[in-house]
Design a protein. Structure first.
Lengths: 500, 500, 500, 500
């Protein structure tokens, strides 16, 4: 019922699957069974890659349905397990182990073999990206497809567990191969919690435009770190850009367009804060495999490390860098704020409650600045202004709108939820990591994009290192958001002024 | 009943375990649960390392017994599974997934977290070595300990799956750090099939003695390859030594003591064969995790690769090396032959059948050469001679014994079995890989050790590349040994002459 | 009389020079004298760098005049030498050695010390670039400045002698630092023989425009080599771009705009020729220090090397690449041809001999194609057409002009001389190296720049390896140009048709 | 008259020289002349290498005599120079430049070309080692040979000038290739001032015996640095071993036999002093080319560097290491003290002044300890004891001899001179560098070798960084030795007690 019945299967699909997805060995021979020939994996990979999009849906559906768990065998074991409950522990343990084995989908074995072939891990990461898209686009709603996705995700989580990741610092001396990928992925995305689905990503703040931009990001007072993985050499998986500053930055242009210090030596005494101003993931297929948060933690440790020497690949290296760095914070975009705001304005207008959003005095200012009559016309003028970004050109309007937008934005970040967690994916990401929603910054991103996405507002999620574990747990377990007084103050103002 | 009741537990053991082995998250929150603090893992590692041997047994027993699977919960799910059999597939799949999750021992989560800590993977590899020793030495016979061992093995198998391994060629330009480890491990061992247990290893043929020996092993006409793993940097896991020769070598001294070509350039036209003359593993805790056979396969591919260029870490490198290499073979020791032979002689003597082993003519020769009267005295003389290695000093005796020892050895390798597989662990290893038992070589290892272990005989397991998959499968599934005419001829002679 | 009298010296100049350019030690103590403090060199470098352009002229003039050879002491030694002619050889040798020492300018010692300071060699290379510009621009005509230039050049020649240069292959895995420099310098220049002066360079054919262009130049079927020097790490000095092709290329776009093979593996059987399509130097101050020719020779050797293995920095590497490459050639621009041609047309017009350049039939064609009346109007029309590059848009005009421009160009390259050597600096460069002027290619560079510089014509200088030493010597000693029949044929046509 | 007349020249020598040592180009064509074919250099190198020792003497004599300066041409230029003295400066400068050119020995050009061939620089370094041996052994006393040596030395000095040297830190991660060479050369030598001749070297204190010794020298609390040169890749030229200690070491065994900290992390707070405990050169042919002193200075700078980051080959590296290191000192052997002492005793005995060396009380002690009668027998007993090292076994004798040997040794180091400079080559080396003779250490080297060479005494030459330039100059120019009060005190005691 989940497959697409009205079109014939791609020729050879069934034959291929039957040939390459060999049965699991019996429980007794599971350790001794010779692995199937590597050509099985290679054949599977070639075949899959040659398929069109729709055929891929067919193919994966077939694979997940026909080569999953042997339900019958499983039931029998369950019966047996229940029978043995009276027996000795050794027997119980053994039946449990058999049960565990019988829960292995037949295709899991194939996926494991594929991971061992050259380029196999990358293939599986890309296959998972396909699965996520199939699920998100509802191209298939088969529970088996979801099962396959779950199996693959748990395998990838094993392979990409942090012990196997390698932290690499990217510098201007790194291979061009790597830097080009960094350059591309800064127009990329960061993964967020699984439940938000694969589309919940945010674009990096500012795409890299040229050699100078790129050089700036790896030059003095900047750090660029990436996780790479042995099975995907030369592929950065998550990339974190850090600025080393005197104070916690409140403006992104001062970071990415600051070329004055490009050729200077770093003065360690001027470095008090580490600002994470961009984090992006490059592999859609690793969604839900936690990498970004681990990368932030690793980098914090790297920047903090005590003096000492460690053996690295090419000799010894001093690992203590910055004795004075005591402040860690992101400078993060707020994707979705503008469209949320437009939605809110529309809805309020429809409901005839548009005037509730601003105070009377504020409406007076808006009317004066836009020259529109009070009431709905002023509301419409406001919507238009926000839609075009035109308001930024008038000092006066900026002055009027600053308190309004700041408190709305604070609410959007702090108060808007989805299943109890922050609606905004970037907020959700940092709150999970234990950060505090610390400071909203007005005129923090004056680029057209920044204005269009979030009215130029950006936010610092600050990492108070001694509190992050506790904060993270409180957020994840009890949905408690840690926020500063500035943020909660703005939220209060919002609650006072706006009758949401 | 498995623990050691008469001595108090190491103080703090229970408290520590209760604290660091946190309960599994519920099935619903399993993906969202924040990981426990890293300090749990670190604390566990420090504690364990500080324990004496006996306390380790206690500790691991406790861990495996008290923090395993929740049997009760499991039973309930099993009941539920059986109840749902009439329901829709989606529900079944979900219950199965819950069942699968409930089969996770609580300690497994901790092991996973440890693997993410710096040095954690190495810690777990060493922990497994302890477990294997506990099991082998029967220091504990708890089925839980065996379960823990199985869980850990399957985790290690994931982490050390071939896609995550990195083939490194070791040269004289490699870091001393690595070469020293190679130098030590050539006095090491190779893992063999699990069922033979952790003690079934073979010593490398010739330990490296000094700079020159080592340089010889990485110089011209030699290759040294190792697998390394991202999570254990700088640690070669398995090491394979290859000699590039004109013909398939029949003598180990001609490989390890050949210094004539040490400073010459390789003449590619003189290279027709690749001889694997030493393979050794360095990590006892990876026993049963197949690495050696993969290493051989990877190296064969490396040596055979088509012309072309590949991007490597430090630039491009030509990857085709040897157009003429068409013969691949090991030159392997035969550990255990001498002791098997002594055992045989003892047993035959006891059973009064000693004379059955040699033909009458052969006995005449032995009597003449040893000056002993016929019958038991001759048998005893023979035993003594073989025990001391003295026979090698007499040309005459050598001539007499060659056919005898060769056919006995052929039988030992080909005919002696354990559960249907070759008793000799090296034979078993290569036969599993699909090699053919190709040629027994007389006077192949004239070192005292070679004489003591296997009367100086060595054997080539030859890799006919087009046949190895078939051979391997036939051996593993049907216990069929692929052998050359020389070997089967010797076996026939044995069967004709000896009445075993 | 060489200094600039009407403006006061930069303050402190004299004092500084007196302080840092210490006197030479006496002949007797020359080996034992302690070196002056490094701070002298550093002070000199800082001071010089802080000067404005005109002050630099002053400064260098002063340095060269006041801190040169001690002429008086020298004369005395010359007298002594003449006196000793009757004495024994040992004495003569000693006086000669003293004479040699007394010919050392005092500033030479300082230059030597500067070279030992970090960044010193680069400083001196840049200082020499200043000297060359001063001489070329006649900012100073002091013979001492020329002497200083000569001294510095001979020192640089020692330091940049080929034994100290390191050939590096640049790939996409090379540091971005290097690739960016390559990218910039391909808009650079190649040094030519000294007598042509520092302005006689040619621009690289096609500047690199972006990542793709750059990646193309280091990808499959391309090689990029550079010389680097230990004293200027990370600075490529001369860069050679090579295309590996089936035939000798006759078109530059087919090399730099060919992206089809960018992701393919090289097929060694399709590689028969190595085309040097760009060579550029990055250091103006190394003018006259031969690097480019050595680079070509080294690269030829690299591409030709016999099979074998060599120890490199990171292990062993196969050094034989291309068994089939038997053809080596440049594909070179012809800078200056268009302006030479315009000059020729102007001059002929002035002298009323304009019609001599084309045959009558050719003039008919030009008249028809341009619609201009015969005689001077046709000549003017031709000049205008060539000046704008407009002619390339008319198939007809192209047809008419091809034979004309090809024979004029052949003459320009082959027949136009300066002090007996080829006027065209690129021709001069390759002829010195022993290349043969092999083939002129019509429509070889259809870029606006190619049309503007040389009417789209390019030329192959071919390296017949067995003949290059002889050719080079014949050219340098006897000014004989080695040329193919195509070229000499075109030259004959020119001589028949044009009455120069 | 300098050549060896009674044996025929090696066949082909003359012909070869005539062929490969081509005449210098004329002054006018010196920049444009094509270089002779590389094969000349290669032929020369092969030929020379094939010669026996004696033939080499012949060959080099011939080369230096027959292919030196053109004396006649030189005289003519000298006459011309004197004639031009009345003329303008430009002319004078030009004649001087011609004169300079005419002073170039013909063979110098060949040596230059050889340096450009692969392996050429190493060839010339080895050639110079031959020359030094010929001169030292008086195998030839030709002034031309000395001239050739001088020319080659000045060329090598250019090529090995510090700007071209590369400081490399050697660690356990360095290639085995390098570490093996380090291991060998620690049984090597350090260069000293030229006038002491090539034999004036000192053996490194303790030869490296095995992996552990070597690992100790590159492990924690130790540093090992070497200069390498681009033209001789993989060859360390001078090697400096440094121990990082709490106090200035007074004992060599505590450095080279201290394995306790081998696996510990360095505690930077325990590092107050850097002790140079071994410096050795590996290239006999670079004698007189200052490398050792530059290496010490570079390493001091490396250890002292201010915080900051520098781009290195493989990324960025922190370059500040040790904030607390404020003491720099050698711990040096005193080669030659024992033999000087034996010579002194012999001479005094001969002159009947033996008793002058010790005070009466001291003689009493010696008599008592040795049981010999006073006078000459006691003197002889003392000589014998010192000759065998037997005295070290008697606590009593040690007590008696300590003050005696310490003051004699202080005198040997401080007072014994050769041409006004310290006779002891190690002292001379460090005093030139500006070090202070700081402390004599009793029982500093208790190895048999240490006792045999210098009665177990070692000395610290301390580098007070602010004073080293002044000290070095004072020593080199005025022969003033900087010494501590301990040393001068011992010297006074010597002068008071001994009537030398």
């Amino acid at each position: 019922c989940y497959s697409v019945p009205d079109r014939g299967s791609f020729p050879g699909m069934d034959a291929l699957l039957a040939r390459v997805v060999v049965p699991l060995p019996t429980y007794e021979t599971r350790d001794k069974a010779p692995p199937p020939p590597e050509s099985n994996s290679v054949e599977f990979m070639h075949f899959y890659r040659s398929l069109e999009k729709e055929d891929k849906v067919d193919f994966l559906t077939k694979l997940s349905e026909d080569y999953g768990v042997d339900h019958k065998n499983l039931s029998e074991l369950a019966v047996k397990l229940l029978d043995t409950q009276i027996r000795d522990l050794a027997t119980i343990l053994q039946v449990e182990d058999r049960l565990r084995y019988s829960l292995t989908p037949r295709y899991k074995q194939l996926l494991g073999h594929i991971s061992r072939v050259e380029g196999g891990v990358k293939f599986l990461v890309d296959l998972r990206a396909d699965l996520l898209e199939i699920i998100a686009s509802k191209a298939s709603e088969s529970p088996h497809i979801r099962d396959l996705n779950g199996t693959l995700k748990s395998m990838l989580s094993e392979w990409f567990s942090v012990g196997l990741l390698r932290l690499e610092r990217i510098t201007w001396m790194s291979p061009c191969e790597i830097l080009q990928k960094i350059s591309h992925c800064t127009a990329g995305s960061v993964e967020t919690l699984t439940e938000h689905g694969p589309s919940a990503r945010y674009e990096a703040v500012h795409p890299v435009r040229n050699w100078s931009d790129l050089k700036r990001r790896v030059g003095p007072y900047r750090r660029c770190y990436a996780f790479t993985h042995a099975a995907m050499p030369g592929e950065p998986l998550v990339v974190l850009h850090v600025a080393l500053t005197e104070d916690i930055s409140d403006n992104i242009q001062s970071i990415v367009r600051e070329f004055a210090t490009l050729d200077s030596e770093e003065d360690v005494n001027k470095i008090n804060a580490a600002i994470f101003y961009s984090i992006s993931s490059t592999q859609a297929g690793l969604q839900g495999v936690e990498l970004g948060n681990y990368l932030i933690k690793r980098v914090v440790r790297e920047l903090q490390r005590q003096r000492g020497w460690r053996v690295l690949r090419h000799g010894w290296r001093a690992v203590s860098e910055f004795p004075h760095v005591s402040q860690f914070s992101s400078l993060s975009p707020i994707p979705g704020f503008s469209s949320w705001l437009q939605g809110l304005l529309s809805q309020y207008r429809k409901e005839g409650r548009g005037l509730d959003l601003l105070s009377e005095a504020e409406w007076r200012e808006v009317e004066r600045a836009t020259g529109s009559p009070p009431g709905t016309p002023a509301l419409d003028a406001l919507r238009r202004l926000l839609g075009t970004g035109e308001w930024t050109r008038s000092e006066r309007l900026c002055g009027v709108l600053e308190p309004v937008l700041m408190r709305l934005c604070a609410w959007y970040l702090y108060g808007e939820k989805r299943r109890g967690y922050a609606l905004n994916p970037v907020a959700n990401f940092h709150l999970q990591n234990g950060a505090t929603m610390w400071r909203l910054n007005w005129r923090a991103d004056s680029s057209p994009r920044g204005v269009a996405n979030s009215c130029g507002i950006m936010v610092n999620y600050r990492y108070f290192l001694s509190e992050t574990p506790r904060n993270g747990a409180a957020y994840l377990q009890n949905k408690v958001v840690s926020a500063s007084e500035q943020v909660t103050g703005l939220v209060s103002q919002f609650q006072k002024n706006s009758k949401l």
